[in-house]
Design a protein around this ligand. Structure first.
Ligand code: ATR
Length: 481
């Protein structure tokens, strides 16, 4: 089940949150500690207003909530609320047998026994969950993983406790795979927020239901993902998940924040993942774990696509094709013969290789000359410093911007400030946030043809989808990148 955590300070406000998310959720959690005092006292009327099952929770400050009442006063408030027909009540691990528990049992309200750890994952998590199930109907462990290894361990623990009724919550940004794959952890429900997440690690009810289709994950669901650090801003789930849906493939694609590649490969094997995308900073680091790589990966020296083949992982590169696709016709028709590539970092490697592979002349311009020199040596092209950019005015058909200059939130930066375009150039900025960078604005004013980072992102994703599934990316999907 997808459970919406209600965060409004009034009961009417909470009802509004349920109405807004009604299509995405199965159950809601009323947090008495987030309500205004007078509203909390009236909480017993809420289940009748809600129209869906409701969990009653009054979280103490020590467990990450806002309730600062004495334990006695807290019990009184919960007891009063239990006059209403709540489906579940959350009682913390350390709370002794009380009238709250007795009243819940008498009314047939199920008891969730919970503990929270905001520091990490306790070593005795396994036995604690076990113990909780003896004292309630469902055990809830909300813990804070700090590495991909912690995430792996939590999937393990969940498997060990397969038949135990439980909820395992991974708090913070490391915990996102556990929240999205809650069905794989055998968790009875996953918690979701209303609207855009306000803290790292939250996932909206809408995304869980519509983007990830998390409630449809079962034992046969093929798991795909993207690894990176940072990775949570990635748009790739919006490309792959709708594609899976259209071709009727029981699969899910989600982000994995990663700190250690070796541990991630262990997790990937544990989850029997079928493939994943690789983003910064792991495009080189993955190479040593691959049993097979394509010619492009070997020559470019970086891999952005990994798929499972019998007995091993195979690495491919779709960045170079994603980049080329929007300008391929211009190259084939001879409209693009020579180019300037700004930047000599990881992203530039695939682009320089792609252009050279198509016979386009390339001059690499970089702030640090030595990096431009080494990339130029490998790809047999020219190089120069960024300061000399204006010497190339009117000399090239294509200008590609591959540095991070101009990237959100640095809207006003342009790596070749002052460069004068003739208007005949094709100008391609691989930054996709913002879509229209400062450089592209200047180029547009001069009448140049523009290409955007989101075109490259979408095209590389479409090819990746083919490698993942064996099917063409379906027509008619326009992901918001
Ligand atoms: P990526 O994998 O995104 O390409 P990278 O390998 O760190 O990241 O490369 C970043 C590129 O942006 C480099 O070409 C870098 O220039 P240097 O080699 O001189 O570092 C370029 N870059 C980053 N910040 C820059 C800035 N403020 N001005 C000019 N170039 C910049």
């Amino acid at each position: 089940m997808i459970c919406l955590t209600l965060s409004s300070s009034t009961l009417d406000g909470c009802c509004g949150q349920i109405r807004r998310n009604r299509d995405y959720i199965d159950i809601a959690e009323l947090r008495l500690d987030l309500l205004d005092g007078s509203e909390a006292e009236k909480a017993s009327v809420f289940p009748a207003m809600a129209g869906i099952p409701v969990i009653l929770t009054l979280r103490r400050v020590s467990d990450g909530g806002r309730c600062a009442l004495s334990e006695r006063a807290r019990r009184q408030l919960l007891l009063a609320a239990l006059d209403g027909d709540f489906a579940y009540v959350d009682i913390e691990e350390d709370v002794k047998k009380s009238e709250v528990e007795a009243k819940a049992r008498e009314k047939g309200v199920k008891i969730i026994r919970s503990f929270h750890d905001f520091e990490g994952v306790p070593e005795d998590i396994y036995s604690r969950i076990h113990h909780l199930t003896e004292r309630g109907d469902i055990a809830k462990a909300a813990v804070t993983p700090h590495s991909i290894h912690d995430v792996l361990m939590l999937f393990h623990v969940a498997d060990e406790l397969k038949d135990v009724p439980k909820i395992i919550v991974g708090m913070g940004e490391w915990g996102i795979p556990l929240r999205i794959l809650y069905a794989r952890t055998g968790s009875f429900l996953t918690f979701a927020c209303d609207g855009e997440p306000v803290a790292p690690g939250q996932v909206s009810a809408r995304d869980l239901k519509l983007l990830y289709r998390a409630d449809r994950v079962d034992d046969r669901t093929a798991i795909y993902g993207v690894i990176g650090n940072p990775v949570l801003h990635t748009s790739s789930p919006a490309i792959h998940n709708p594609g899976f849906d259209v071709i009727n493939y029981n699969a899910i694609y989600l982000p994995f924040l990663v700190d250690n590649i070796r541990h991630f490969f262990t997790l990937a094997e544990y989850l029997r993942m079928r493939g994943f995308s690789v983003t910064i900073p792991f495009k080189k680091d993955v190479l040593m774990y691959l049993g097979n790589i394509t010619r492009e990966v070997k020559q470019i020296g970086s891999c952005n696509t990994v798929v499972r083949v019998p007995g091993m992982w195979k690495g491919m590169n779709t960045d170079y094709y994603g980049f080329l696709r929007p300008i391929l016709k211009d190259i084939e028709k001879g409209r693009i013969r020579n180019s300037l590539v700004i930047g000599a970092g990881g992203a530039s490697q695939a682009i320089v290789w792609a252009l050279r592979n198509m016979g386009v002349k390339v001059t690499i311009l970089n702030r640090t000359l030595s990096r431009a020199e080494s990339l130029a040596a490998v790809n047999l092209c020219e190089y120069d410093t960024l300061d000399n950019a204006r010497n190339y005015e009117g000399q090239v058909d294509l200008i590609v911007q591959t540095t991070s200059v101009g990237l959100y939130p640095d809207f006003d930066a342009n790596p070749i400030e002052g460069f004068r375009f003739t208007g005949r150039e094709v100008v391609y900025d691989i930054i996709y946030k913002p879509k229209m960078t400062k450089l592209l604005k200047v180029a547009e004013e001069a009448g140049c043809t523009l290409h955007f980072g989101e075109e490259m992102l979408f095209e590389q994703g479409k090819l990746q989808f083919e490698l993942f599934t064996g099917y063409h990316y379906p027509n008619g999907i326009h992901p918001l990148i």
